[in-house]
Design a protein around this ligand. Structure first.
Ligand code: SF4
Ligand code: SF4
Length: 96
């Protein structure tokens, strides 16, 4: 799993008069704060790619026989589970 540990840009290049909220990048990824995560039932998945199409952050990844989730990038919104026509995705609580 690749995690972002440094800002994408050199902070020294940022003008002093910008809002600090915009100039101090947070290295956290959605997987660090998400409270629900999608779990794909491989037996039910027919690889139709509807979850891939609807995921707003494009963290659904293709596997040889099913689609799975990049949990570092997934924010746990549940859209994939709602849209899956085969009910192959369920949302479970983190830490549960
Ligand atoms: S929408 Fe459901 S059935 Fe289709 S690829 Fe995603 S998990 Fe599999
Ligand atoms: S829960 Fe949301 S962010 Fe995560 S894979 Fe599903 S649609 Fe994408």
């Amino acid at each position: 799993m690749i995690r972002q540990s440094r800002p994408f840009f050199d902070e020294r290049q940022i003008p002093d008069d910008l809002c600090p909220i915009a100039t101090r990048p947070n290295p956290m990824l959605p997987g660090d704060w998400r409270n629900l995560r999608p779990v794909v039932d491989r037996a039910k998945c027919v690889k139709c790619a509807v979850c891939w199409l609807y995921c707003p952050v494009q963290c659904v990844v293709e596997k040889p026989a099913w689609f799975d989730i990049d949990l570092a990038a997934c924010k746990g919104c549940g859209i994939c589970a709602h849209e899956c026509p085969h009910h192959a995705i369920r949302m479970v609580e983190e830490g549960g």
